[in-house]
Design a protein around this ligand. Structure first.
Ligand SMILES: C[S@@+](CC[C@H](N)C(=O)[O-])C[C@H]1O[C@@H](n2cnc3c(N)ncnc32)[C@H](O)[C@@H]1O
Length: 293
């Protein structure tokens, strides 16, 4: 199983340094979806009469939210942004090394991390207001995870599953098309060492959306995010993709060749700008949102 890669300490450092994470627009979308589901219900009014714990930044409204769980939390990149909005946040990942890195790099007073599997979460029935999984559900046993998520969700509890499309657009001077082509070719090579995940990402989670066993659900696609990246960042990103590590394990020479070749092609295109160039890189995010009524 490809996900063994995440259990290697060296990979966690690489992952933490280079991988891109959930977009701020997706996070805002998730929070306003949760607010919409909680604020106008008797359940939330009951909470609001007591102690409101958090503020929805956008609306300036108190959110009566107790527990969020970030499943497949990795190094905590999408766990920490949840912290201001919930009384407590729990990050779950089956990799010791990812959890250790999360504890070191993305700590907060109301955030804790634990090693556990997405298919068997150490949580009571109906105890969670938000089950979040960023860049992760495509690695899980989806049927088992989805029924586990529904088990732990409170009434009006929400589910958010998000990631981005594997292809990216690189924008830089008059070289955008050529640079994008180089990155697309590198990704196409890496995707040969795939474990279904590229399929899920390329379809923007369509079959995962269809499999969510809740009536109240929606599927949002094509949310563009712009990230500033250097040549080193692009090469680092390729290495931080799980499939690249599988490639490296199966064919170390081939994997190193791909990296060297990609870097050389970027350098040849950029010439003297190679070291200093900062690109606008566009990623297309998608999100499945659902609510347990
Ligand atoms: C691509 S990373 C995403 C990490 C993080 N959510 C982020 O946005 O950066 C996927 C994570 O899912 C974890 N993972 C994969 N399968 C899992 C499972 N069955 N149970 C728990 N964690 C799992 C991996 O260890 C890895 O840290």
């Amino acid at each position: 199983m490809s996900t063994y890669v995440f259990k290697e300490k060296q990979f966690s450092s690489l992952y933490h340094k280079y991988i891109i994470s959930g977009s701020s627009e997706i996070m805002a979308m998730i929070l306003s979806y949760v607010a919409e589901k909680f604020l106008f219900t008797p359940y939330s009014i009951m909470y609001l009469k007591n102690e409101p714990y958090c503020k929805d930044i956008q609306k300036g409204l108190p959110l009566p939210l107790s527990l969020a769980v970030d499943v497949g939390c990795g190094t905590g990149k999408s766990t920490l942004p949840l912290a201001p909005h919930f009384k407590s946040v729990l990050g779950i990942d089956f990799s010791d090394s990812q959890i250790n890195m999360a504890r070191q790099c993305n700590a907060a007073e109301n955030v804790s991390y634990t090693v556990a599997s997405a298919e068997q979460m150490p949580l009571e029935d109906e105890s969670v207001d938000l089950v979040n999984a960023g860049f992760a559900v495509h690695f899980f046993d989806q049927d088992k995870f989805l029924s586990e998520a529904v088990r732990v969700m409170n009434k009006n509890g929400c589910l958010a599953l998000h990631a981005c499309h594997p292809s990216m657009q690189v924008e830089y001077k008059n070289l955008s098309q050529d640079l994008t082509q180089v990155m697309h070719e590198a990704m196409a090579n890496i995707s040969k060492f795939d474990c279904n995940s590229f399929e899920h990402l390329s379809s923007q989670y369509q079959s995962i959306y269809e499999a969510v066993p809740l009536k109240d659900k929606k599927w949002i696609t094509d949310i563009t995010e712009k990230v500033s990246m250097s040549t080193a960042g692009l090469i680092g990103l390729l290495q931080a993709i799980c499939c690249f590590q599988i490639f490296k394990d199966k064919d170390p020479n081939g994997a190193n060749e791909l990296l060297k070749n990609t870097e050389q092609r970027l350098h040849d295109l950029l010439g003297e700008d190679a070291e200093s160039a900062v690109f606008n890189v566009y990623f297309k995010h998608h999100c499945v949102l659902a609510c347990k009524s």
